[in-house]
Design a protein around this ligand. Structure first.
Ligand code: FAD
Length: 453
C-alpha cells in the first residue's frame, strides 16, 4: 500500500487535512482540481490529488479538428504535472481500477511502458472525498462489427488514427488517378455514423481538409467528385437534440458542403469495407467512424456497488453526491445528474462539466467546513455548431432572454472560438491564455494549415 494510503475512514472534515481525490482530468476534473487548489489547497484546508490515466489534458471538443488534421494536438495539450506544480495540487498518473468504499481507498492499475515494462506499480490512494470525473466512452449499442470496424472519437489517439487513415486513403486514391488504374474512378468514402454535433462538425472539418489537401500533389483529389462523405443518422433529422430551425439550416449547410445525409437510417452492421443499414444498399467506405452515442466508462459498474444507471453513469443527486454514497461525487459525462423534476438528465456536454466543476469548487468548501451542501442548477448558455468554412450556427441562452437567440455568421464563429479560449483561461489565467492565443496565431502563419505527417 502507498504511504499516502493510510486508512482515511476515521478522517472527518474537521480533523486531519481533508484529502479530495479527483479521478479524471478532463473538462470538469482539471478545472475542479485547479480551482480547489487555489482555495482549499492554498489555505492548507485540504489536499487535492488529481488522477488521470494520461500525462496530458486535451479539450475534447477540439477532437474533430485534430482528427481532420487542422490542428496539431501536441500544441494544445496541457501537462498535468506542470499544472499541478503551478497550482499546488498533486498529480498521480494511473487508471482507476477499484474502489473500497468502507476504507475510502481507490486503487490504480500499474503503469507500463509500450513494451510492457512496469513504470509504476499498482497504487492505493486514500480519500475523504472522491470525485469521479472520468468522462465517457463510445456506445456502439451492440451493433455487430461496430466496435471492430468503426473508429471511436474519444481521445487524441483516436483522432490521430482517423487522420492517418484519411491521409492514407487520399494518397492511395491520388496515386490511382495519376496511374489511371482500375481504382481511379472510385471515390474515397468516409461513413460517419451519428449526426449529432460531433458527427456534423467532423463531416464539415473533413470536407475542408480534403479541399486543403488538394494543394499537395501526393494527396491531390477533386474535393467533391473524388471524395464522398456520408452522414448516417437513425433519427429523422441532423442535430436531433437542437431545434428544427437549426437542424434545417444545418442540413442546408451540409448540402452546400457536398455531404450526403441519410437520416431515418439505422446502422445494422459495420464491416471492414462497408456499413449495412436498415434502409439502403450496403454503403461502401474506406473509413467508418462512430459518433452516435456515449456511455460511462465500464469500470464504474465495478466500483464497490456505486449506483450506476443502465448507461454505466454514476447516479448523482442535485448536490452531485452519488445517490448511495455521500463521500463520492460525480460530474460531467460520467454522471447522470437530474435536469428537472420530470426525470430528465443533463446531456453530456462540456458546458455541463464546466458548470459542475465551478459548482463543486464552491460546494466542497462547504463540505470541508462541515456546512450543508448547496444544490446544482444548470444554466443552458446555448449550443454552437461549427461547419468550418461554411460558418457557425446555433443558439445562445441567457436568463434575460425569453427564448434562445439564433446566431450565425462571424458573431457565432467568434463566440465558438472564445469558448475554447475561456477554457484555457480557466486553467492557466488570462496572461498565459493571451500568449498561447498569440503563439497559435503566429504558428498558423508559419506552418502548413493542414498536418500532412
Ligand atoms: C469530437 C467532440 C466534440 C465535442 N464538442 C462539444 C461541443 O462543441 N460542446 C460541448 O458542450 N460538448 C462537446 N463535446 C462533449 C464534451 O467534450 C464532453 O461533454 C466533455 O469533455 C465532458 O467532460 P468530462 O470532464 O466529463 O470528461 P472528459 O473531458 O472526457 O475527461 C475525462 C478524463 O477522465 C480520464 N479517465 C477516464 N477513465 C479513467 C480512469 N479509469 N482512470 C483515470 N482517468 C480516467 C480521461 O483520460 C480524461 O482525461 C464534444 C465531444 C467530442 C468527442
Amino acid at each position: 500500500m502507498d504511504a499516502r494510503a493510510t486508512p482515511a475512514a476515521t478522517a472527518t472534515p474537521q480533523d486531519a487535512q481533508h484529502r479530495i481525490v479527483i479521478v479524471g482530468g478532463g473538462v470538469g476534473g482539471l478545472g475542479l482540481a485547479t480551482r480547489l487548489s487555489e482555495s482549499l489547497g492554498r489555505t492548507g484546508r485540504a489536499q487535492i490529488v488529481l488522477v488521470d490515466r494520461w500525462p496530458t489534458h486535451f479539450w475534447k471538443p477540439l477532437l474533430h479538428e485534430a482528427a481532420s488534421g487542422q490542428i496539431d494536438p501536441a500544441t494544445h495539450q496541457l501537462q498535468y504535472a506542470v499544472q499541478a506544480q503551478r497550482h499546488g495540487f498533486e498529480f498521480e498518473q494511473g487508471e482507476l481500477a477499484a474502489l473500497d468504499r468502507a476504507n475510502r481507498v481507490v486503487t490504480l492499475n500499474a503503469l507500463h511502458e509500450a513494451d510492457g515494462r512496469e513504470i509504476l506499480p499498482a497504487r492505493q490512494i486514500a480519500f475523504d472525498t472522491l470525485v469521479l470525473a472520468m468522462g465517457s466512452v463510445t456506445h456502439y449499442f451492440g451493433v455487430p462489427g461496430a466496435a471492430d470496424h468503426a473508429l471511436p472519437l474519444e481521445s487524441v489517439a483516436h483522432a490521430e488514427a482517423f487522420r492517418r487513415k484519411l491521409l492514407d486513403a487520399c494518397q492511395r486514391a491520388s496515386h490511382a488517378r495519376r496511374m489511371r488504374t482500375r481504382q481511379a474512378d472510385v471515390p474515397v468514402s468516409v461513413n460517419i455514423i451519428g449526426a449529432g454535433a460531433t458527427g456534423v462538425e467532423l463531416a464539415a472539418a473533413v470536407r475542408d481538409t480534403v479541399r486543403l489537401l488538394n494543394r499537395y500533389s501526393p494527396f491531390s483529389l477533386d474535393p467533391v467528385r473524388d471524395f464522398h462523405i456520408r452522414l448516417i443518422e437513425s433519427g429523422e433529422r441532423v442535430l436531433p437534440a437542437l431545434s428544427e430551425t437549426i437542424s434545417a439550416r444545418a442540413r442546408r449547410m451540409l448540402d452546400n458542403l457536398g455531404v450526403e445525409v441519410l437520416s431515418g437510417t439505422r446502422v445494422t452492421e459495420v464491416r471492414a469495407d462497408a456499413v449495412l443499414t436498415s434502409a439502403t444498399e450496403p454503403l461502401p467506405g474506406d473509413i467508418a467512424i462512430w459518433t452516435a452515442g456515449i456511455a460511462g466508462p465500464p469500470v464504474l459498474r465495478t466500483l464497490d456497488g456505486i449506483a450506476v444507471n443502465r448507461n454505466a453513469q454514476v447516479q448523482v443527486d442535485r448536490t452531485l453526491q452519488c445517490t448511495n454514497d455521500a463521500n463520492v461525487f460525480g460530474l460531467g459525462d460520467c454522471a447522470a445528474c437530474p435536469a428537472d423534476q420530470a426525470g430528465a438528465f443533463l446531456a453530456p456536454r462540456a458546458q455541463v462539466a464546466h458548470q459542475q466543476a465551478l459548482f463543486l469548487a464552491r460546494a466542497l468548501k462547504c463540505r470541508v467546513a462541515g456546512q450543508p451542501l448547496p444544490e446544482f442548477v444548470y444554466r443552458d448558455a446555448g449550443t454552437l455548431v461549427g461547419f468550418g468554412r461554411e460558418g457557425t450556427i446555433g443558439n445562445l441562452g441567457s436568463s434575460w432572454l425569453r427564448q434562445p437567440l439564433f446566431v450565425d455568421g462571424w458573431f457565432a464563429t467568434a463566440i465558438y472560438k472564445l469558448i475554447y479560449r475561456r477554457h484555457v483561461m480557466t486553467l492557466t489565467g488570462f496572461a498565459r491564455m493571451a500568449i498561447d492565443t498569440a503563439s497559435h496565431w503566429l504558428r498558423r502563419r508559419v506552418h502548413p494549415v493542414i498536418r500532412l505527417h
